[in-house]
Ligand binder design. Structure first.
Ligand code: ZN
Length: 303
């Protein structure tokens, strides 16, 4: 049936039972604007997650992410963990070495510091944890209209790397309540605004089992998430990072590239209600591409 913008076409047309029509202003058949019966953005995200999970190197990617996804505080740990993974065949040494020099010749650079207000943001509020932790409503967004439950941001099909908050929070040295509260603030300050700006954004991971790598990682506390985009090219990640840098609230925002696995970049973003640094860095293969502590966004899509 043709799509009529402005509400109520099905009811007016005598089909009140047809409700789930998504606005599709750019989809036509024979020059007639038509309705879509499935949200194209969510479909693209589902396809992107399936791509990640079905990638031949997925098991290796999980091992690497669990062990060493870098942060700016623990470069030595990352280096030693990479050596372990290279020695046991999980990581390809040549790719890692090639990645080490990528920061020397970035295609583009944005070294302007973010505006001071990125360190502000909402810090209060507590989630009411449901009897079944996965069903806990973290946030109902007036911005995107989305309802975020724990399972939506910690389990497949919503995320690529699933982890169970109910069983792992205490093991990680925290509580279910604290993880849920942190995830709520992460969504409000970081993910939801990104999702609003880039509807094809999806989390690959938020809460994570405490790994053997980076001891200062904010993932095991529910304070960080990794984001990819279903429709973004490798080069788009730098362009989108510039928007994220200036338009969200965060403690640490990392533009991350890798030469292994799918080779796709991702955005890592964290929020700390105890205080945010507004730190922006670019990582290649889990290490700061310009050396420990150096800030700035660098387009490494040519590497
Ligand atoms: Zn991360």
């Amino acid at each position: 049936m043709p799509y009529v913008a402005g509400g109520g076409p099905q009811l007016a047309g005598g089909s009140p039972e047809v409700l789930d029509v998504f606005h599709s202003p750019n989809v036509f058949a024979n020059n007639v604007q038509i309705a879509l019966w499935q949200d194209p953005v969510e479909s693209a995200i589902a396809a992107a997650i399936a791509f990640e999970i079905n990638h031949p190197d997925f098991a290796k990617t999980v091992a690497v992410v669990e062990a060493i996804e870098g942060d700016s505080e623990s470069p030595d740990v990352v280096a030693s963990q990479q050596k372990v993974l290279i020695d046991n065949g999980t990581l390809d040494k040549e790719s890692v070495v090639n990645g080490d020099i990528a920061g020397k010749s970035p295609a583009k650079a944005d070294e302007a510091p973010p505006p001071a207000e990125v360190t502000q943001g909402e810090t209060g509020g507590a989630v009411t944890v449901a009897g079944t932790v996965d069903e806990t409503v973290l946030y109902v967004s007036p911005l995107t209209g989305k309802t975020y439950k724990v399972k939506d941001v910690t389990k497949q099909p919503g995320v690529v790397f699933p982890y169970d908050v109910a069983t792992l929070a205490v093991e990680n040295g925290t509580t279910v309540q604290a993880v849920c509260d942190n995830l709520r603030l992460l969504i409000i300050n970081c993910f939801d605004p990104i999702k609003n700006q880039f509807p094809d954004a999806f989390m690959t991971c938020s809460f994570r089992k405490k790994g053997v790598g980076s001891p200062t990682s904010q993932h095991p506390l529910g304070m960080a998430c990794d984001i990819q985009y279903a429709k973004a090219s490798k080069a788009d990640y730098y362009i989108r990072a510039q928007w994220v840098k200036d338009n969200t609230k965060y403690d640490q925002f990392l533009l991350e590239y890798k030469t292994t696995g799918t080779g796709l970049p991702w955005h890592h973003i964290s929020f700390n209600k105890a205080g945010n640094r507004g730190q922006v860095c670019t990582f290649m293969n889990d290490k700061n591409c310009k050396g420990p502590g150096v800030t700035g966004l660098y387009d490494l899509s040519n590497g």
